[in-house]
Ligand binder design. Structure first.
Ligand SMILES: Nc1nc2c(ncn2[C@@H]2O[C@H](COP(=O)(O)OP(=O)(O)OP(=O)(O)O)[C@@H](O)[C@H]2O)c(=O)[nH]1
Ligand SMILES: [Mg+2]
Length: 291
């Protein structure tokens, strides 16, 4: 079983800029009114960063379930319900298509209504809200800031580790957002968490033990989304990773120099397709299986 194998898997990726970012966030958190915490809608528990939770402490926050367009549309509302039940305002978003500017501005005003009321009672016309945008690498922090400001003010790209420093971006007369580098934590005690983050693209591809991640991913897909797995490659046999990879290699004509099936190439192809959402919308975690 994949669960047995991943107990021995190690992903060690904690570049120096993350240590620095964490330290700076600890300093700067005192300057902000609230936090916008991004989680990946496909794995909303694994993408909670325990290190960031410590930094955030009791600051008011809004949880954003980012990349909802990539997650299973039947599962995301259940997560929203769960987190709201725990007392956190939670919004699922497609950061590239939704009206992010209005939604985030409304959410910030709602969470900070007491501060705004106080400022207005003192005669202030604009009460500025300062929010720190935090989350794991590649989850969409800079994209959210660009969508709120409707300009490309922050650099974005589809790989982890793009933002390297903390930057204030004034997005309107009322709101300033602080972009922060994606931060992971130094050691993954739960290797299943690391695997899910790899499948969501939050851990750099070249530090991955691809074989183990595929084993886990394919196992999960064959039990939760067999139709997506079968459909794309017309697979018949979903009984093991090798059977699935052989089916993919056959379908995609991934042949090695001797004319045999190249399972490594088929594996990398499959991993990238899963990560990039080519198979369809997938949730790697469900509230009924993760209490
Ligand atoms: N499909 C989809 N893609 C998104 C969404 N939000 C962001 N992306 C993409 O995800 C990738 C990463 O986005 P960034 O905004 O750079 O992520 P980040 O959290 O700032 O990443 P770091 O700076 O590396 O920590 C980019 O290719 C975005 O276009 C979303 O809601 N849906
Ligand atoms: Mg960024």
């Amino acid at each position: 079983m994949a669960e047995d194998r991943i107990s021995s898997l190690k992903i060690n990726w904690y570049p120096g800029h993350m240590t620095k970012a964490r330290r700076e966030m600890e300093e700067k958190i005192k300057l902000v009114d609230m936090v916008i915490e991004l989680r990946d809608a496909r794995a909303p528990l694994s993408s909670i960063n325990p290190v960031l939770s410590e930094v955030i402490g009791n600051k008011p926050k809004v949880i954003i379930l980012a990349k909802k367009d990539r997650a299973d549309g039947r599962i995301t509302p259940l997560w929203k319900q769960r987190f709201e039940g725990e007392g956190n305002k939670t919004i699922a978003l497609d950061l590239l298509k939704d009206n992010v500017s209005k939604i985030i501005s409304d959410a910030c005003q709602e969470v900070m209504r007491d501060k705004i009321a106080k400022g207005k009672s003192r005669g202030l016309k604009h009460v500025e809200i300062k929010a720190m945008v935090v989350g794991i690498p590649n989850v969409g922090k800079s994209t959210l800031i660009n969508s709120v400001s409707r300009k490309k003010m922050a650099k974005t790209a589809d790989h982890p580790g793009v933002t390297r420093s903390l930057t204030w971006i004034k997005v309107s007369s009322d709101v300033a957002l602080m972009d922060t580098p994606g931060v992971l934590w130094p050691k993954f005690d739960d290797q299943e968490v690391a695997v899910k983050l790899a499948l969501c693209g939050s851990i750099k591809e070249d530090v991955l033990p691809l074989d183990d991640i595929l084993e886990y991913g394919l196992n999960y897909l064959s039990s939760h989304y067999p139709e997506l797995l079968k459909g794309r490659y017309q697979l018949e046999d979903l009984s093991s990773k090798d059977a699935i990879l052989k089916g993919i290699a056959e379908n995609r004509k991934c042949l090695d120099a001797n004319g045999g099936f190249d399972l490594n190439r088929a594996g990398l192809l499959r991993f990238r397709e899963i990560k990039n959402g080519v198979l369809g919308n997938i949730s790697w975690e469900r509230p009924d299986e993760n209490s």
